[in-house]
Structure formats: structure tokens, C-alpha cells
Design a protein around this ligand. Structure first.
Ligand SMILES: Cc1cc2nc3c(=O)[nH]c(=O)nc-3n(C[C@H](O)[C@H](O)[C@H](O)COP(=O)(O)OP(=O)(O)OC[C@H]3O[C@@H](n4cnc5c(N)ncnc54)[C@H](O)[C@@H]3O)c2cc1C
Length: 350
């Protein structure tokens, strides 16, 4: 059985970037993903990710995925009228609307280009055997000196190691796509009595709209075949912003913040959503995936070179990211006071 320096479970943005960084520093890396079981929503990356993408040498790979420019947000939050946040006035300018399949594939190609070995299999189990990990995949076993959990919200490696996951307020996203050629390339965000919406352009003449609700409200909406459309119809701005295309049946996914009680241990660590997952209102999920992947890879590199205190530093870095996120999200939710008596807003403003 082959033993790699590092095995990474999950080839989303976090896993692919951690793999590339470690391969570029001369390590033998296995990147494992069973890509069939996760639906990728279709998201935006803020322009503030530019320096990070530059440092990681990923700008050409981003452009290869053909993102659309994201020039700003139009927002109805805390007031009925829309106000505009123009990204062209921000230090790094426009961000990008991503096709997640294309973006993730580009990052996996960047990892492959750096010498990473890819493996399309489901990860099932991990155990310590002497001075290495033994990973059981669907069809084989592999060995590794270090393992990185980049499996997204499922955090399947950390869970197998017995680490618990904490959840913030539950939040369910009900999202749908439509074909939409022309239109406003800004993202529209609208708060409503039972939650909030966003609508954004996607590459390939598509558009996404997502409604964020409590699990109980989401269930009610899904019970009715036309429930999502009825909610969409009630919006003041999202409806106008996202045109008149035909919407696909809505998908539901967990969207609330969550985090691992422990993000690193003996010869393992977690990156991206596996370590810290964010409410989409923050629009920081992919940025955090890239950042934590880079920091995680540096930590593993240092540990493989014998510097074992580096996992403590990594834990402290992620803790400060989590604190900043909680502070910002709290401010954002408190800015909407029009429905302070509604369950969705009450739990977020306590
Ligand atoms: C509704 C919604 C909207 C969002 N909008 C935005 C946005 O606009 N901007 C933004 O920055 N972020 C947004 N996010 C967050 C963003 O999607 C995540 O932060 C990002 O995908 C995290 O990347 P990751 O690599 O950590 O995990 P993922 O992208 O989830 O990748 C994990 C990978 O692990 C693999 N995997 C899992 N289990 C196994 C297993 N057992 N075996 C093998 N492989 C496995 C999966 O196949 C997957 O490819 C949004 C999230 C939601 C839910």
C-alpha cells in the first residue's frame, strides 16, 4: 500500500488549494473526492480575494473558469428602498460570480499541475496505524503521514476522529436557477419578514435566487409545490431584479454557521467549511476556504519539518477568523429591525 506525505479528503476550493500548496513545497499529496454527492450552489467571490489568489498563483486558473464580474450589491436591508454598494470604489474592485463546477475543476487542475495525485473515491474511515494514518476509501486503502479534512460541512474525517461540530442558529437555503441572458450583474439582497433573499447572475447566462429561512419555515414552503415561487412573488426587489425566466424546482441545503470544536490535532487538521462554515450573508465562505487552506498547508509543512507548535498557531488563527465573523454577522442581522417580532429575526437579534 502506498503511503503519501499528506492525504486530503475533499477537493472543493479548500482541499484543492491545500493540495497545491503542499505539492509545490515538494510533498507527495493525494487528493480524494467523490464529487458526485455534493450540489454546488453557484456563488460570488469578493474582490478582496485578489491578493490571496495572486499569492497562491491562482489568478490564471480563476480566469480559466470564466467567471462573470460582480460589480456591486443592491440591497434592501433595514429599509424598504434599495441602496447600492459599488465594488468599483473598494480597494480591489469587482469580485466574481462563479460557476462552482468550473471554478472547482480549475482549482483541481491547478493542484494536478503542481503534481498532486487525484483519486475519485468516497472516503469511509480513518485510523492510526503506527506512525501513519490508514484511510479506507470505497475501493482501496491508502497510507498518509498527515491527513487534512477538507470535506466541507460534513467534516467527515474530524467526525470519525470523534471531534464534535457546533452549530449556530439553523438556516436553510432554498435555491433555484433560471436561464437569464441579459440583466443586472450586481447581486440583489432583500430582507423579508421570514428571512432574506439573494439573487445573482451566474456564468453561462444563468441566474440563481436563494431564500434563507428557519428549518420550520423552509419545511412549510417546500410542502407546497408552488411555495418557493409564491414567496418569490411576494418580494419587492428580487422579483424585478431576477427577470421573468422559468425557475427550476428549489433545492434545500444547510446554510447556517457551524464549526469544529477542535480544528487541528496530532497529525491532522481541518480547512475550509470543514473547520468553519459561514452564513452566506457574510459572503466569506470561499475566501475562508482559500485562506485556511493556505494556512493549513503551511502548518502541515512546518509540522513535517519538525515544528509541532504550528498547529496551535493555526488553531489561534482560525479562532480569530471565527470571532471576527461572529461580530460582523451580529452587526448585519441587528441592522434589520423592521420585523423584530418575527421568529427568524428574534433569534438573530437576542
Ligand atoms: C446557499 C449558500 C450560498 C453561498 N454563497 C456563497 C457566496 O456567495 N460566496 C462565498 O464565498 N461562499 C458562499 N457559500 C459558502 C461556500 O459554498 C463554501 O464556503 C465553500 O464551498 C467551502 O469550500 P470547501 O472546499 O471548504 O468545501 P466544499 O466546497 O463543500 O467541498 C467539500 C468537498 O468534499 C467532498 N467530500 C465530502 N465528503 C466526502 C467523502 N466522504 N469522500 C470524498 N469526498 C467527500 C465533496 O464532494 C466536496 O467536493 C454559500 C453557501 C451556501 C450554502
Amino acid at each position: 500500500m502506498k503511503t503519501f506525505d499528506v492525504a486530503i479528503v475533499g477537493a472543493g476550493p479548500a482541499g484543492a488549494v491545500a493540495a497545491r500548496c503542499l505539492a509545490l513545497s515538494g510533498h507527495e499529496v493525494l487528493l480524494i473526492d467523490d464529487t458526485s454527492h455534493v450540489l454546488k450552489v453557484g456563488e460570488s467571490l469578493p474582490g478582496s480575494a485578489y491578493p490571496l489568489l495572486f499569492e497562491l498563483g491562482l489568478l490564471p486558473w480563476l480566469h480559466a473558469s470564466q467567471p462573470l464580474p460582480c460589480v456591486g450589491n443592491v440591497v434592501s436591508w433595514g429599509q424598504e428602498a434599495l441602496y447600492c454598494r459599488d465594488f468599483m470604489r473598494e480597494p480591489y474592485g469587482a469580485g466574481w460570480h462563479l460557476c462552482r463546477q468550473a471554478f472547482d475543476a480549475a482549482l483541481r487542475n491547478a493542484a494536478g499541475d503542481a503534481g498532486v495525485t487525484g483519486c475519485t473515491q468516497r472516503f469511509e474511515q480513518v485510523q492510526r496505524a503506527g506512525n501513519r494514518w490508514l484511510l479506507t476509501l470505497r475501493e482501496e486503502q491508502v497510507g498518509a503521514r498527515w491527513v487534512i479534512d477538507a470535506s466541507g460541512r460534513s467534516a467527515c474525517v474530524a467526525r470519525r476522529l470523534g471531534v464534535k461540530r457546533e452549530r449556530d442558529q439553523r438556516l436553510i437555503a432554498l435555491y433555484s436557477r433560471t436561464q437569464h441572458v441579459a440583466g443586472d450583474q450586481r447581486t440583489c439582497i432583500e430582507a423579508v419578514a421570514n428571512g432574506w433573499w439573494y439573487s445573482a447572475a451566474l456564468p453561462g447566462d444563468k441566474r440563481i435566487a436563494a431564500l434563507h429561512l428557519t428549518p420550520c419555515e423552509a419545511q412549510k414552503v417546500l410542502k407546497d409545490r408552488h411555495g418557493w415561487l409564491a414567496q418569490w412573488d411576494k418580494t419587492r426587489h428580487i422579483r424585478r431584479h431576477s427577470g421573468s425566466g422559468e425557475w427550476s424546482p428549489p433545492h434545500a441545503c444547510e446554510a447556517g454557521g457551524s464549526y469544529l470544536q477542535q480544528v487541528a490535532g496530532e497529525h491532522w487538521l481541518a480547512v475550509g467549511d470543514a473547520a468553519l462554515a459561514f452564513d452566506p450573508l457574510s459572503a466569506q465562505g470561499i475566501f475562508n476556504a482559500l485562506y485556511s487552506a493556505m494556512r493549513g498547508a503551511q502548518t502541515v509543512q512546518a509540522a513535517l519539518a519538525g515544528q509541532h507548535e504550528s498547529t496551535q498557531q493555526y488553531t489561534a488563527q482560525l479562532l480569530s477568523v471565527r470571532r471576527a465573523y461572529v461580530r460582523m454577522l451580529d452587526i448585519q442581522y441587528r441592522r434589520e429591525q423592521r420585523w423584530a417580532d418575527q421568529a427568524f429575526w428574534q433569534v438573530r437579534q437576542q
